[in-house]
Design a protein around this ligand. Sequence first.
Ligand code: SF4
Length: 302
Amino acid sequence: MEKAIQELKKLKARKIFVQFGEGLKLRIQDITRQLEREGFDVVLCCEVCFGACDIREAEAEALGCDAILHVGHEKFLEKTKLPVVYWEYFLKANPCPILDKEFDKLKNYENIGLITSIQFVKTIPLIKNYLETKGKKVFVYKALQYPGQVLGCDLRAAKAIEKKVDCFLCISAGKFYALGVIFEVEKPVLCLDLERKEIYDLAELKKKIQKIKAWNRAQFNEAKRIGLLISWKKGQVKLPYDLKKRLENAGKEVYLLAMDEITPEKLEGLKLDFLIAYACPRIGVDDLERFTIPLLNVEDII
Ligand code: SF4
């Protein structure tokens, strides 16, 4: 927090627009009070924020704020109109009791790749040390700011060591990050879930999602009316005009459907046979079952 406050003071910011991940909701009021004690006026953005791709400059400006504080995320965009301060917000966790209890689940793997989200990067040395003292070989790759760190849409820390490892162990609260990795690598992905306090394999879930994807893919050729789902979130803006043209040349009716958070409710009433997600690549993984219209990520179609 110190560092973020220093940065905000250096910017001479007075009114701060605070964006934060859902996981920090329980802590955000304490954070607000701390910021207010430091002399800042605080506006909490209550729109869901999944990552630092979502920089709400227009909203912050409309409310007279002179800086954005992004809590729980690291820098994603190089250029922004308003200054953005990123506060990574590391969470304390002790994975050793979970490893003690669940170690047997790693017995078939000698070479283990570690990955995690920014919140838990501090646990990587601890886990590496633990596994090495138990005779495992541990691999960690630094693709982002910290060794082993991945984003929902940046899984290079896993990809880079895939050939060296027998499995990946993803340290996280919930399976969001591990779920991203299962479609990037062929090796088994196990989640060391700090919330559930257990280690579990995502192989079954991978099979289930693959089946949905295969079924959805099979619907594409017959689909006449296609919705291209796009978002104006600053880090997700991509304009699929070329794709639209190509699909139209192939005889489809195509609609560009722009929204903030992409949810099935917003499409109710529209006549569509197929959806292509063109914004956050996690839509076509995590949200597949939420949509009644077959959906795939653009990468799965072209
Ligand atoms: S594009 Fe999606 S996965 Fe990537 S940072 Fe944004 S919300 Fe997360």
